[in-house]
Design a protein around this ligand. Structure first.
Ligand code: NAD
Length: 361
């Protein structure tokens, strides 16, 4: 088993170090190789996703990714910006399904900005399609961009598109995930989020998802407009089970869902291709505002490593051990600043990682 470790920028290096520490504690044999990505790779090699980094990722069973980006790169032409590395990895590895579980740990109910009764017991899964939509449609305007902006331009646009196979593929993933979750006790419902009332692309999305849904009579399907979904996620989040949506709506809704649970610092994510090769990363970014201070929450990255063990490395027991260790440190009252509340103990990034290692026993 080979893991490509790509820490990236900002807090990426700090949080990935803790996840690597946790992985090394497990009695498992895997090879880990580290490479530069994002702004760090641009600084060293002039490109956010150098050939060698891409090759390492493609040749590995899984990629453990930190985060990329910093405001200092905002002036670069778009293809050279750190965030392009993620798009490049997604595209080259064929990562089309992004899983973002939003689970509210009982110990953190007080850290959410929502009322405890709204989020206690919350366990929802947002599935975002990653390879289509407006992010990969034909962009116009860039041709005249000199420094990432468009001086003198009268307009710029991006086109939104989805193909039938792309929608079918992600719909199957969602229904199958709902089926697995139902077997473990959830409701067995897929909510497909669209904007079919305004956008042709999403009327098409809705029709195709409905068609695929007929193959899963045991799973309930409903459709919701994205504006309503954004509202329902904060009004009554527990009404959802599996949410499936396109690339852009998924980007926004998954961040919204992550805040339900208290902190974006708690939320892991997995992006998978058809071979279960995956890229695992926290849902948050490189947090330049707290980078280098040793205060970032490493738990989202540690939980991403657990998802990696489950989905790509076929080690579900090791994944469960990590998840139990995280619950254990939370039960001990240890908190990084983002989830700290009165009566709990504030710890830094490394202390939190050490506590998880200790809890693994
Ligand atoms: P961000 O997620 O980096 O930070 C948002 C807020 O959450 C900040 O206040 C930050 O301090 C806090 N935060 C994030 N992760 C935390 C953690 N683990 N522990 C404690 N607090 C945490 O989003 P942003 O500020 O909008 O973006 C910063 C940079 O990250 C930008 O360059 C952006 O493009 C990039 N970004 C990268 C990814 C990625 O690598 N996948 C995702 C989103 C944003």
């Amino acid at each position: 088993m080979k893991i490509a470790v790509l820490p990236g920028d900002g807090i990426g290096t700090e949080i990935v170090a803790e996840a690597v520490k946790v992985l090394k504690t497990l009695d498992l044999k895997f090879e880990m190789e580290t490479a530069l990505v994002g702004g760090a790779a641009y600084d060293a090699y002039g490109h956010p996703l150098p050939e060698a980094t891409l090759k390492l990722a493609m040749d590995s069973d899984a990629v453990l990714f930190g985060a990329v980006g910093d405001w200092k790169y905002d002036k670069l032409d778009r293809p050279l910006r750190p965030e392009q590395a993620i798009l490049g990895l997604r595209k080259n590895m064929g990562l089309f399904a992004n899983f973002r579980p939003a689970i509210c740990y009982e110990q953190l109910v007080g850290a959410s900005s929502l009322k405890p009764e709204l989020i206690s017991g919350l366990d929802i899964l947002i599935i975002r399609e990653l390879t289509g939509d407006i992010y990969f449609g034909q962009p116009r305007g860039r041709r005249i961009a000199t420094d990432g902006h468009f001086p003198g331009a009268e307009e710029a646009f991006d086109t939104m598109r989805y193909s039938k196979p792309e929608i079918e593929r992600i719909a199957h993933v969602a229904f199958q995930a709902a089926r697995k979750r139902k077997a473990a006790g959830t409701e067995g419902r897929v909510t497909s989020v669209d904007k079919a009332n305004v956008l042709e692309t999403f009327q098409f999305w809705k029709d195709v998802v409905t068609e695929v849904g007929k193959e899963y009579p045991d799973i309930a399907l409903d459709h919701m407009y994205v504006d309503n979904a954004a509202m329902q996620l904060v009004k009554e989040p527990k009404r959802f089970d599996v949410v499936v949506t396109g690339n852009m709506f998924g980007d926004i809704l998954s961040d919204e869902a992550s805040m339900l649970t208290g902190s974006i610092g708690m939320l892991p994510s997995a992006s998978l291709n058809t071979k279960n090769q995956g890229l695992y990363e926290p849902s948050h970014g490189s947090a330049p505002d707290i980078a280098g201070k040793g205060v970032a929450n490493p738990l989202a990255t540690i939980l991403s490593a657990a998802m990696m063990l489950r989905f790509s490395l076929n080690q579900p027991e090791a994944a469960q051990r990590i998840e139990a260790a995280v619950q254990n440190v939370l039960a001990q009252g240890l908190r990084t600043g983002d989830i700290w509340s009165e009566g709990t103990t504030k710890v830094g990034t490394a202390q939190m990682g050490d506590a998880v290692v200790k809890a693994l026993g």
